[in-house]
Design a protein around this ligand. Structure first.
Ligand SMILES: C[S@@+](CC[C@H](N)C(=O)[O-])C[C@H]1O[C@@H](n2cnc3c(N)ncnc32)[C@H](O)[C@@H]1O
Length: 266
């Protein structure tokens, strides 16, 4: 699964992911705003794991982070993150970029004051090991701040996708992917021996101008990584069919369901 996600966010299955910021930045800016509401960034040494195009990393810098290490498994997402952060004028004294897997971070233990993990957990098969790894690089007293896809995340888009996409290609998508309610995330934090655990689940619904625009959002932010199941020859046609279905069936609403979780290293 990890390899499929990596391929997806490297644009192997659909070029839609190259338009992640264009169609999805409003969504991740909102989640980042909610996550950072509860995090003191000032003068903190921070890491953003699964940084994507750097939406959250930039917010943390703007909120006064001393430094941020941006980590992603996808070469192309990390490249975009780097370009954007350099363009905004942040230098090597405050930023660094690392292509790495969240489950095996290239840092010593007790390195960071704050570890951020924004909308990545659901893409990782080894979730408990990964939360432990995030806690490992955190210094005692430091904060782990996670947002995770909740059970109803992108509900309407997934339901529409299930109706149109050939079942034999789509079948295991929900089973291996969307994951976590509050209790499950809490348990992951407890087993990683984190203290002062707080969680909050929030849902909201965005209304798009038309079904096509809703599909653009869904496709670019998810990278359509489960399209690995489709024979390469039919992928493009399948994307077009899906978009037309969203358009014709007026799938204009998409729910976001996000579990926010915070914990402190003992
Ligand atoms: C939905 S995007 C979220 C990106 C970013 N956190 C944001 O809020 O915009 C998921 C990101 O996680 C990355 N990712 C997925 N699995 C990963 C892993 N095992 N290690 C590191 N990054 C991973 C993907 O490449 C992608 O950039």
């Amino acid at each position: 699964m990890k390899q499929r996600v990596k391929n997806g966010y490297n644009g192997k299955y659909s070029s839609y992911v190259n338009r992640y910021d264009e169609f999805g930045s409003f969504h991740y800016e909102e989640i980042s705003r909610r996550l950072l509401q509860k995090v003191d960034c000032k003068k903190r040494k921070m890491i953003d794991v699964g940084c994507g195009t750097g939406i959250l990393s930039l917010s943390a810098l703007e909120k006064g982070a001393a430094s941020i290490s941006c980590v992603d498994i996808s070469t192309s997402m990390l490249e975009k993150c780097k370009e954007k952060i350099i363009e905004k004028g942040y230098g090597k004294d405050r930023t660094s970029f690392h292509e790495a897997d969240a489950e095996k971070l290239p840092f010593d233990e007790n390195t960071f004051d704050v570890v951020l993990f924004n909308m990545v957990l659901g893409m990782i098969p080894t979730q408990q090991e990964t939360i432990k790894e995030l806690a490992r690089v955190l210094r005692p007293g430091g904060t782990l701040a996670v947002s995770a896809h909740g059970p109803a995340h992108y509900r309407e888009a997934i339901e529409a996708g299930l109706k149109i996409m050939s079942m034999r290609y789509f079948l295991t998508y929900r089973i291996e992917f969307w994951p976590r309610d509050e209790k499950e995330v809490q348990d992951l934090f407890k087993i990683a021996d984190l203290d002062k655990i707080e969680t909050e689940r929030t849902t909201w619904t965005d209304e798009f101008e038309n079904g096509g625009k809703a599909f653009d959002f869904y496709a670019s932010t998810s990278s359509l990584w489960w399209y690995h199941r489709l024979p390469p020859k039919i992928r493009k046609k399948e994307v077009e069919m899906n978009r037309t279905y969203f358009q014709n069936k007026n799938v204009t609403q998409i729910t976001s369901d996000v579990v926010f979780a915070f914990g402190t290293k003992r």
